[in-house]
Design a binder for this molecule. Structure first.
Ligand code: PLP
Length: 443
């Protein structure tokens, strides 16, 4: 009985997979404030040309540079586990598998794109990168990547996470990066928010505004985004490509592939390579994106053009959005507190290829404990959303008496999130439902 399906380093993917090549039509393009598609020149102020090319590419396979693959080898290929003990505890005939992205240096899937982004920026002579972080995982990943490529990194960290996770800050600083709680007084965007709401706990949208502003006003500085954009989703497809090989080793095809969804990158990373199988008629796998009930962009948001940030300084993206002024409640899954969803994920959702579900945080922590007490890994609060959905799928299989195959992405571990577990164990966690009137914040 195999519990871990392991690939040798020689099986590391050589290319990233671009789902656009297999779709009848690409998602609608980003727009400028004038209502016209943004020019590539406009993006060049904050991104290197290679990433802009990837952003708009229609090629199916994009080569992964050897130097990037060489760094991936530090932790990739990641293991795929069969969660036999969880299956037993649930008494389900379902087979539950999870791809373990928590084994990366930063503890999540985020280095898959951080390494690539740092590589392309370094190749253009960029010496400084600035970014946002919600959970702290993305800031940690970019700090790690910056340290390998000798790039100075500055991270605007959502204030509530900065306060909830002091050791994430220490982690980021250990890799030589600097951390600023957001909203801050360093930027016009941050000062405007603080003037309107001095006690603001921040959001990913605000932190993005601050980081974009710094990048746009400094010639030596580029911006780096940890999710949402096509090139980020693309870099994450190493997850699904490896998982396809590992599921083949297990002799199974997933009936459902599940990922939590903040901006959509880990979900896309595991789902898109499997979706290619379905688009080519080789499987009938379902795909399920899981989001928090308090920030349900896919299940309750509108599909329309909106800004990617709070201050309105990014291009307009066609996506499922709760509105760029939406203030997400300070739930512990900081990486899922984003008002929008990747345009590519939104587009596929509109086309009917994806399903979505939202859960309150207590239900997710219940699932996290069931997983920790059987499989031995304390999951990130973000990943616990995928676990909740996987457990519910396994219970439905038990109800139906069917041996369904469930695969979920364990996007990260929760070892810096113990304050969240403390709150859960002490019964202090509040479930916040989405209220549309919470949108009303002007900056
Ligand atoms: C562990 C973990 N999972 C998931 C996410 C959500 O991001 P995405 O939807 O881009 O995967 C984050 C973001 O910070 C994260 O840290």
């Amino acid at each position: 009985m195999t519990t871990k399906f392991l690939l040798p380093e020689t099986a590391l993917p050589t290319h990233w997979y671009n789902v656009v090549a297999d779709l009848p039509n690409p998602p609608p393009p980003p727009m400028g404030p004038d209502g016209k598609p943004v020019t590539l020149d406009a993006l060049a102020a904050i991104f290197p040309p290679a990433l802009i090319e990837q952003e708009v590419s229609a090629e199916r396979w994009l080569p992964i540079p050897e130097e990037v693959r060489d760094i991936y080898r530090l932790w990739r290929p990641t293991p795929l586990h069969r969660a036999r003990r969880l299956e037993q505890a649930l008494g389900t005939p379902a087979h539950i598998y999870y791809k373990n992205e928590s084994v990366s240096p930063a503890g999540s899937h985020k280095p898959n794109t951080a390494i690539a982004q740092a590589y392309y920026n370094k190749a253009e002579g960029v010496t400084r990168l600035v970014t946002e972080t919600g959970a702290g995982q993305w800031g940690s990943a970019l700090a790690f990547a910056g340290s390998l490529f000798g790039i100075e990194t500055r991270v605007f960290m959502v204030k509530i996470s900065y306060e909830q996770k002091p050791y994430r800050r220490s982690f980021i600083e250990t890799f030589g990066a600097t951390v600023v709680p957001s909203p801050s007084r360093e930027t016009n965007a941050g000062r405007a928010i603080l003037a309107a709401d001095p006690s603001s706990t921040g959001s990913l949208g605000i932190a993005i505004s601050e980081a974009v502003e710094v990048a746009a006003t400094h010639d030596d500085t580029n911006y780096s985004l940890g999710s949402v954009l096509n090139h980020v989703l693309l870099h994450q497809t190493v997850i699904g490509q490896e998982a396809i090989k590992q599921m083949t080793m297990a002799g199974e095809t997933p009936d459902v592939v599940i990922g939590c969804a903040g901006g959509g990158s880990n979900f896309a990373g595991i789902a898109f390579p499997f979706l290619a199988e379905r688009l080519h008629g080789r499987s009938s796998t379902r795909f399920l994106a899981v989001e928090p009930a308090s920030c349900p962009s896919l299940t309750k948001g509108e599909y329309r053009y909106d800004f990617g940030d709070t201050a309105g300084s990014t291009p307009l993206l066609k996506m499922h959005t709760l509105g760029n002024g939406f203030r997400p409640a300070p739930i512990h899954a900081g990486g899922l507190r984003y008002h929008g969803m990747a345009p590519m994920v939104s587009h596929l959702y509109e086309l009917g290829f994806l399903e979505a579900k939202a859960y309150g945080q207590n239900a997710c922590f219940d699932a996290a404990l069931a997983f920790a007490r059987t499989e031995g890994i304390i999951p990130a609060p973000e990943s616990s959303h995928a676990i909740r959905a996987a457990i519910d799928e396994a219970l439905a299989a038990r109800e139906a008496g069917e041996e369904r195959v469930i695969l979920f992405n364990l996007s990260g571990h929760g070892y810096f999130d113990m304050a969240a577990y403390d709150d859960y164990l002490a019964g202090r966690l509040v479930d916040v439902e989405y209220e549309p009137q919470m949108e009303a914040v002007a900056v």
